[in-house]
Design a protein around this ligand. Sequence first.
Ligand code: ATP
Ligand code: FE
Length: 337
Amino acid sequence: VIILGIESSCDDTSAAIIKDGVLISNVVANQSVHESYGGVVPELASRAHQQNIVPVVHEAMKRANVTKEMISAVAFTRGPGLMGSLLVGVSFAKGFARSLNIPLIDVNHLTGHVLAHFLKEPDEILQQPKFPFLCLLVSGGNSQIILVESYSDMTVLGQTIDDAAGEAIDKCSKVMGLGYPGGPIIDRLARNGNPKAFKFNKPNIPDFDYSFSGLKTSFLYSLRSWIKDDPNFIENNKNDLAASLEATVVDILMDKLRKAAKKHNIKEIAVAGGVSANNGLRNSFREHAQKYGWNIYIPKFSYTTDNAAMIAINGYFKYLDNDFCSISLPAYSRVVL
Ligand code: ATP
Ligand code: FE
């Protein structure tokens, strides 16, 4: 079985080939056009997807040594994401599948992030999470704790009621005048900073839900008052600010995850999404494994941010379930799991 996966939900155009459950190729074209705007510009993103999609799919097939006649089905990201961006991948996938008369598989971008844990490369021995496990999904658009009972059975136990973790980090980094996206920059600066240097507000909300908008405001107001006394405050405290911000986000995330693990009596704990690239978060996972006996699953860096490999593996599992979709299925900018 050969699955072509297509991902175009935000600002990365990506295509991947999975053969019998093994990842053979994964090509990602990043869009640099957004950097000077400090955020993704939707109209520019969809135009760049249009330019990238054909060469990216070609390259994925070439690297996998696969011709279009060999492909069994096309899996595509249906949503959530930017509508204009999604439409490029969705339309391409439909046209491609129709012309070859092969089945189409719709994939939820978020279940894709979770199932990235089941990606296997040739000759790789992999520790995969055992069902049921908890997955902390932290990305640019989402922060959720998900109970994963099978490849297709996922329940959101808690989620952000406002900003996502990645979004909050990106916005704070923007306030500090750093580049976009801020996540990797904050991560780098934080390594040389003191995580206890500054304190920022932590939310107090019930159950397993998150909130990050208060932290963002607390960060902004604190900075403003410090800059009043010292105009060079940011420059002089960059590393400590980054480390303290990162530590606060990690604390918020782990507090609720710990609670959920205890309540559901689960020790299989995974993390996914772009923010799972963060070293502070990864370290905290390792500490929790030690302290609470968790079996932890941390994805390879290349499978944390958006990629088509995770869409292809999700598509592969749906293929085995004969779970196909109609060509008339629309893209969705918002979908639940
Ligand atoms: P969603 O998956 O919710 O639709 P998205 O696809 O835009 O959102 P991802 O690509 O999964 O999100 O993740 C992007 C986010 O990850 C950005 O907010 C980025 O700053 C953050 N990020 C990437 N690397 C790091 C890092 N090392 N530390 C912290 N955050 C990071
Ligand atoms: Fe994503």
